[in-house]
Design a protein around this ligand. Structure first.
Ligand SMILES: Cc1ncc(COP(=O)(O)O)c(C=O)c1O
Length: 432
């Protein structure tokens, strides 16, 4: 067992004032058991907890930490900005710069509205789609997560999937009932939804590479054909790039897939360099429906706050340097190959799905292509592997249904140590 005395004490203290001791459910380790580690600081590829454990981190703050933690250039930018104030309730040049950077990198993002979280971006994208089409319904995919707004907490992945909650309590049936759910990688299931609600679906919302049921890359042509199908039915395509945007490439992930043509996009995580942010973006004629130009209301006290925006700009400047994504790709490919080899050498069922610097080692299932196959994985066994990895100083997300996030701070030494630890962890948990 890893030493966690101080984290345990803090957990008990936290539980008295914070529901479940955490501010976001997956942090509670319900899926793997045990007490979550309380983190005191982080640097590059490592996090340090209250008990002084130094852990090689693959949680990566659930996505933003693509440069590793506390990158000196970003730290300096945030400190400089802090001296000039944290927010003014008035527009700044910084917001214009970040919007321009996103727009220049993403052809479909003709206009950009900054918000404070991915959840807000999702809410706004749906409202825009409904306003633009005059249609009430939304189509999402089983296992995809788009934040915790009412309409989108229907068969959500991530914490919802881990906890086995298809719908959250408190979501009125009248709202949940407007969300149709299709199977990822199945165009037939999308066709069925359109047939069931002809002329009623305002938008199809999709993670181009889902990472909230674990990583599940799209099949060949899936996104292109989904896009064509959506257009054909007069609905809008919303690409949720909150995880994938500027992580899989400098820009949006959908562009890697032939003929995918979204009307609206959501961003978050990487574009704020680790500080709270979100963005909804898309075609100018749709975005101009937003207040103050149009009738779709959306607002935010901290939207486009200068600290997040400055951190985001600095992060994107580093990311657009040559070689960054190639290095991420080769580090993550090395890790994925090593984990596959570890599974094979230990004669274990399982597979490693990877897209760029996102990957998931699925335990107990050889082919994961959608939420149903993800759910067939052996979560109990995953939990044991999680704890054996932790004992070896490797900190992966505490759920089978999350991505491991590789950063530019994960060098060859870190990757090889992870593979070795995974091999040992798989052997140590071999209970056949
Ligand atoms: C794909 C995706 N969309 C939206 C969200 C919601 O973003 P936030 O947690 O910033 O509200 C997340 C969060 O993990 C996500 O992974």
């Amino acid at each position: 067992m890893i030493l966690n005395e101080k984290s345990s004490t803090m957990f008990n203290r936290a539980a008295k004032v914070i529901p479940g001791a955490v501010n976001s459910p997956v942090r509670a380790w319900r899926a793997v058991g045990g007490t979550p580690l309380f983190i005191s600081r982080a640097e590059a590829a490592y996090v340090f907890d209250l008990d002084g454990n130094r852990l090689l981190d693959y949680v990566g703050a659930y996505g933003p930490a693509i440069l590793g933690h506390a990158h000196p250039q970003v730290v300096t930018a945030i400190a400089e900005q802090a001296r000039d104030g944290f927010g003014y309730g008035a527009p700044t040049e910084l917001e214009v710069t970040l919007a321009e950077m996103i727009s220049q990198a993403v052809p479909a993002a003709q206009k950009v509205r900054l918000v404070s979280s991915g959840t807000e971006a999702g809410m706004t994208a749906l409202r825009l789609a409904r306003a633009a089409t005059g249609r009430p319904r939304i189509l999402k995919f089983d296992g995809c997560y788009h934040g915790h707004s009412d309409a989108l907490l229907v068969r959500a992945g991530s914490g919802g999937m881990t906890l086995g909650i298809a719908d959250s309590a408190g979501v009125p049936d009248a709202i949940a009932g407007l969300t149709a759910v299709a199977r990822y990688n199945s165009l037939a299931s999308v066709e069925q939804c359109f047939a069931a609600f002809p002329g009623e679906i305002a938008a199809v919302i999709v993670e181009p590479v889902p990472a909230n049921m674990g990583v599940v890359p799209p099949g060949e042509n899936f996104l292109g054909e989904l896009s064509a199908l959506t257009h054909r039915h007069g609905a809008l395509l919303i690409c949720d790039e909150v995880i994938t945007g500027f992580r899989l490439r400098y820009g949006a992930a959908y562009e890697s897939y032939r003929s995918a043509d979204p009307h609206l996009l959501m961003f978050g995580k990487v574009i704020g360099g680790g500080l709270p942010i979100g963005a909804v973006a898309g075609r100018a004629e749709l975005m101009d429906l937003l207040a103050p130009l149009g009738p779709v209301y959306q607002a935010g006290t901290l939207s486009g706050n200068p600290l997040s925006v400055r951190a985001g700009i600095e992060t994107l400047k580093i990311l657009r340097q040559p070689g960054i994504y190639e290095n991420l790709e080769s580090a993550a490919a090395r890790l994925a190959d090593g984990l596959r080899m570890a599974l094979r050498q230990n004669h274990q069922l399982g597979c490693v799905n990877r897209s760029g610097s996102l990957l998931t080692m699925f335990i107990g299932e050889n082919n994961v292509t959608d939420a149903e196959s993800a759910r067939r994985c052996d979560s109990k066994r995953f939990a044991r592997i999680f704890h054996r990895l932790l004992e070896r100083g490797i900190y992966v997300p505490p759920s089978q249904f999350e991505a491991m996030f590789v950063s530019i701070a994960h060098g060859k030494a870190e990757i090889d140590r992870t593979i070795e630890a995974a091999d040992e962890a798989l052997r140590a948990t071999d209970d056949r």
